[in-house]
Design a protein around this ligand. Structure first.
Ligand SMILES: Cc1cc2nc3c(=O)[nH]c(=O)nc-3n(C[C@H](O)[C@H](O)[C@H](O)COP(=O)(O)OP(=O)(O)OC[C@H]3O[C@@H](n4cnc5c(N)ncnc54)[C@H](O)[C@@H]3O)c2cc1C
Length: 340
């Protein structure tokens, strides 16, 4: 296929956060010519995230059913293949509950099907992994077969057998099919089905801080707060602020987050934030993402709530299968954009 702007592709993926970049890498691995487009601007939710791939603690803390816990574990298990293909570095140093009643926590983890044992007075699981978002995003965007373009897509319109993407720089792109992975951004014009899908995405702002202190040996979890090793320091996160779309950081909120984190990791007691950031997560009423076809030739990869990194490999797999016209499996039906 060739296009007047020289940018024609089998698939254009709009949005290069965890979902779009992972989907682009997966599609390219299947042999598609992929154009990944992201607008210049402020950091996306994926780069603000802590990078935990945490089916175990996310399941317990969100009171997941065993079925949901198995889904999250299955999503994590798709990462090694994607990581090996793209150079994403997975860190498998586990996570420990540093809150009250570690024995009970270990039991709850085991009940949901995760490995757990007491270690240094904490409930430790090797089932939670992590990655470094900046490294992972760079590796996915750079995946073999993915062409990357910096442009804001302003609108999508059918054109012949495919789509024309109108871009803010005046140079349109064309592709046979389009995946919309624009996070919580809803400014792109397009067909009614797209508007309907984007309208289902609700917002949850999160604030997170980096602090320069000796990091713990693994992720530490507590009620509503976590500490994630980050090179020479730690990330302390994160707030859950439904309905908020601004990226403002509230110093008092960050100070309180660090105070609560110091109960998990005492070196934080006298520390101050080196920097703090905010990101906005997209979510749906049942807490699962929207992945799959929304109308002929148009696909969504959206709204993974607080587990965008954890779910990215699975969303990429489901979206790619949907693009290939494969019959949806059980996971794909759970993520179907038409389920609401
Ligand atoms: C503080 C915080 C901590 C978190 N920690 C974790 C964690 O530890 N583990 C985990 O699994 N998840 C975590 N999350 C959740 C995770 O970050 C999100 O679920 C995930 O990043 C969402 O990815 P996304 O690709 O949907 O959106 P985004 O990362 O927001 O990417 C969307 C992209 O689309 C682009 N875009 C939008 N509109 C257009 C347009 N019109 N044209 C071109 N490009 C466009 C944007 O520029 C952006 O790059 C955290 C979130 C926050 C806020």
């Amino acid at each position: 296929m060739s296009g007047s702007a020289g940018l024609a592709a089998d698939v254009a993926v709009v949005g290069a956060g965890a979902l779009g970049a992972a989907t682009a890498a997966e599609l390219a691995a299947m042999g598609a010519r992929v154009l990944l487009i992201d607008r210049p601007g402020s950091p996306n939710a994926s780069s603000v995230a802590a990078g935990m791939l945490a089916p175990a603690f996310e399941s317990v803390l969100e009171e997941a059913t065993p079925e949901r816990a198995a889904l999250l574990k299955g999503a994590r298990d798709l990462w090694p293949e994607l990581a090996a293909r793209t150079g994403v570095e997975l860190i498998r140093d586990g996570a420990a509950w540093a809150g009250p009643e570690p024995r009970k926590m270990a039991e709850r983890l085991r009940t949901l099907g995760f490995k757990a044992r007491l270690k240094d007075g904490k409930a430790f699981t090797s089932d939670d992994w992590r990655l470094v978002p900046s490294q992972a995003l760079a590796a996915l965007i750079d995946a073999p077969g993915v062409r990357y373009r910096r442009a804001q897509v302003e609108g999508l319109e059918r054109s012949g057998d495919g789509w024309e993407l109108a871009c803010a720089d005046g140079e349109p792109s064309r592709a046979a099919r389009v995946v919309v992975a624009t996070g919580v951004h809803k400014t792109m014009e397009g067909p009614r089905a797209l508007k309907r899908t984007l309208a289902r995405v609700s917002l949850i702002k999160g604030q997170i801080a980096r602090v320069r202190v000796t990091p713990p040996p693994c992720v530490l979890r507590g009620e509503g707060v976590y500490v994630v090793p980050d090179g020479t320091g730690v990330l302390v996160g994160a707030t859950m602020e439904p309905g908020q779309r601004d990226l403002l950081v509230d110093e008092r909120v960050i100070t309180e987050l660090i105070r609560r984190a110091s109960v998990l990791w005492p070196p934080l007691a006298t520390a101050r934030a080196q920097w703090a950031r905010a990101g906005v997560r997209g979510a749906t009423p049942d807490g699962l993402p929207l992945a799959g076809e929304i109308e002929d030739g148009l696909f969504a990869a959206l709204a993974p709530r607080r587990n965008g990194w954890l779910l990215a490999a699975m969303i990429a797999r489901i979206t790619t299968a949907s693009l290939s016209g494969r019959k949806p499996d059980e996971d794909a039906l759970r993520f179907s954009p038409s389920r609401f």
